[in-house]
Ligand binder design. Structure first.
Ligand code: TYD
Ligand code: MG
Length: 454
C-alpha cells in the first residue's frame, strides 16, 4: 500500500481518465496535452482513506454506535424532504445546476435557516463579500450569525473551519477551489478531485455537513469529473426552464433517503419561496377542454404531482414527419405511436407530433404512457376530452395496460384538486381501497381506453 502511494499518478484534465505514465494525448478522450502528474497531498490519511480512524478494526454491526443518526432540521420543508428527512451531520451534498439558476440563493437561504441553531460558515470562491451582502439584503437576511468568507485557497478554508468549527459549511463552488497539493489550475479534474477529497475527509472527521456547489456543463454534466458524484453522499440537481420562475430541486443520489424526491420553489424578487402544492402551479394555466390535453397524476418520490400533457398532431408536409417532445422521452413516444398504429390502426406515419409536458416539467415515469396515448389520440381525432378526468397507466408493446404504483395517492391528490373521473389500469383497481369518491374507469388495453375516453 505505502509503495503504491509513492508512485505518481497521471490523470487527464479534460475527462479524468487515469493512465500509468505521461502521454501526449489522452487515449480516453483524445485531447492533446491534458495528462497531468498528480501527487496526493502528504497529509496523514487524507483523500485516499477518508474514513480511516487511527486504529481500524472490524466491528460487529450490532455494536456500531449511531451517534450521527440525528438529523438537523432548520432548512425549509422542501429541502428536508429532498434530503430524506433533514440534514445528516457529516454528510457531503453536491448541489449542481446551470449558472444563474439560483444555487447561491438557495444555499444562502438554507444556511440562514440553520444558522439560528447551529454555527455555520459560507465560503464563496466566486463572489466578493459586497456581492454576497447585496444578495443577503435582497433576501432579507440579517446575518449576525452568518459568517461569510471570500476564498479559493483550500488550505485557508480548512484553517477557517478548524478555528470557527462550524456544523454546516457551504463551499460555493467546488470548481473555484484550489489546493497547493495539486499543480493544476482551479476547476480542472485534478483540483476538483483533490479539493473535494480533502473537504469530504474534513466533513467525516469533524462530523460537519458540507454543501458543495457544482457547475454544470452545456450538456448537463457536472463540470470536472464524474467521480465527484461517486465521492459525495448526496447529489442534488437544481433545475428550471428558461422563462419560468419555478425551480425544482431533484435528488439523483442520496445515501440517506430516497433518490426520487423533488422540492419545488418559485424564484421571486425576494428570493426562493417554497411551493407547497406544485400540482396547482403546474395546472394553473390549463385551458379546460383543449384538444389533446390530458392530466396525468404523477409521482415524484413520495409526493403526487399532477401535470398536463399536451399534444399537437397535424398532417405533415415532410417525407419524414417531425417528432418533437418536451419533458418526455422521444423513444417512449416512438414506441407508443407504434403501439397505437398497430393496435388501433391509427395513422400517425403522415402526421407531425409535438408532445409537451406543460409548464416545462419533466415526466420520466412509464405510468404516464396511457395519458400520452390518450392525448395523441384526442389530438389526431380532434376530440376535446373531459377536463375533470385524469389518466394513468403503463402501456406494453401488446397494447396492454399495466399496473402502476401508488394509485391511491395519485387519485387522492386528483380528487383534492377537484377531478371527478379517472382512467386507471384494471390491475391497479384492487389497490384503490378506501379511495376517493371519483368515477373510476378500469382499462386493460389501449382499445378499451379509447372506448372509455369521451
Ligand atoms: P444565483 O443564486 O446567483 O444563481 P447561481 O448561484 O446558481 O449562479 O441566482 C441568480 C439569479 O436569480 C439571477 O438571475 C437573479 C435571480 N434572483 C431573483 O430573481 N431574486 C432574488 O431574490 C435573487 C437573490 C436572485
Ligand atoms: Mg452562484
Amino acid at each position: 500500500m505505502s509503495k503504491e502511494k509513492s508512485k505518481p499518478l497521471f490523470f487527464c484534465d479534460a475527462c479524468g481518465a487515469q493512465t500509468v505514465r505521461w502521454e501526449g494525448r489522452c487515449t480516453a478522450c483524445g485531447a492533446w496535452n491534458t495528462i497531468k502528474e498528480f501527487r496526493p497531498a502528504k497529509l496523514p490519511g487524507a483523500v485516499h482513506a477518508p474514513h480511516a480512524s487511527p486504529v481500524s478494526m472490524p466491528t460487529p454491526l450490532s455494536e456500531v454506535r449511531q451517534d450521527n443518526a440525528q438529523r438537523l432540521l432548520g432548512a425549509g420543508a422542501e429541502l428536508n424532504r429532498v434530503l430524506g428527512g433533514g440534514l445528516t451531520p457529516g454528510s457531503v451534498i453536491l448541489v449542481a445546476g446551470d449558472p444563474g439558476i439560483g444555487k447561491s440563493t438557495l444555499l444562502m437561504e438554507t444556511l440562514t435557516g440553520f444558522s439560528q441553531t447551529w454555527p455555520v460558515l459560507y465560503v464563496s470562491g466566486e463572489e466578493s463579500l459586497a456581492q454576497l451582502k447585496q444578495r443577503a439584503d435582497r433576501l432579507g437576511v440579517v446575518g449576525d450569525r452568518f459568517p461569510v468568507m471570500m476564498e479559493n485557497r483550500l488550505e485557508i478554508v480548512i484553517q477557517a473551519v478548524e478555528t470557527s468549527a462550524p456544523d454546516i459549511l457551504v463551499v460555493d463552488s467546488i470548481q473555484t477551489m484550489a489546493s497547493e497539493a495539486s499543480p493544476s489550475a482551479a476547476g480542472t479534474v485534478n483540483q476538483v478531485r483533490e479539493c473535494a477529497g480533502r473537504l469530504i475527509h474534513l466533513a467525516k472527521t469533524r462530523n460537519m455537513a458540507v454543501f458543495l456547489v457544482g457547475h454544470v456543463t452545456k450538456d448537463g454534466q457536472i463540470a470536472g469529473p464524474r467521480v465527484l458524484e461517486h465521492m459525495v453522499d448526496t447529489v442534488l440537481y437544481f433545475e428550471g426552464e428558461r422563462g419560468h420562475d419555478y425551480r425544482i430541486l431533484r435528488a439523483v443520489k442520496n445515501r440517506f433517503g430516497s433518490a426520487n424526491e423533488i422540492g419545488v420553489y418559485e424564484m421571486g424578487p425576494g428570493g426562493l419561496k417554497e411551493v407547497a402544492n406544485p400540482s396547482e402551479l403546474f395546472l394553473s394555466e390549463r385551458i379546460q377542454g383543449a384538444t389533446g390535453s390530458v392530466v396525468f397524476p404523477g409521482m415524484e418520490g413520495t409526493r403526487p404531482v399532477l401535470v398536463e400533457i399536451q399534444s399537437l398532431v397535424a398532417p405533415s408536409v415532410f417525407p419524414q414527419p417531425r417528432r418533437n417532445t418536451l419533458g418526455w422521452d422521444p423513444n417512449r413516444l416512438a414506441m407508443l405511436t407504434a403501439v397505437l398504429e398497430k393496435r388501433l390502426g391509427l395513422g400517425f406515419y403522415n402526421h407531425d407530433i409535438f408532445l409537451n409536458v406543460a409548464g416545462g416539467f419533466r415526466v420520466t415515469e412509464p405510468a404516464a404512457d396511457l395519458a400520452v396515448a390518450a392525448s395523441l389520440f384526442a389530438s389526431l381525432k380532434n376530440l376535446s376530452l373531459d377536463p375533470g378526468m385524469v389518466v394513468v397507466g403503463e402501456v406494453g408493446l401488446g397494447g396492454e395496460v399495466r399496473a402502476v404504483s401508488h394509485v391511491a395517492t395519485r387519485l387522492r391528490e386528483a380528487a383534492k384538486l377537484g377531478f371527478e373521473r379517472a382512467l386507471l389500469p384494471e390491475k391497479s383497481m384492487k389497490h384503490v381501497i378506501d379511495g376517493p369518491k371519483m368515477h373510476l374507469g378500469a382499462v386493460s388495453s389501449v382499445e378499451e381506453m379509447i372506448r372509455l375516453l369521451p
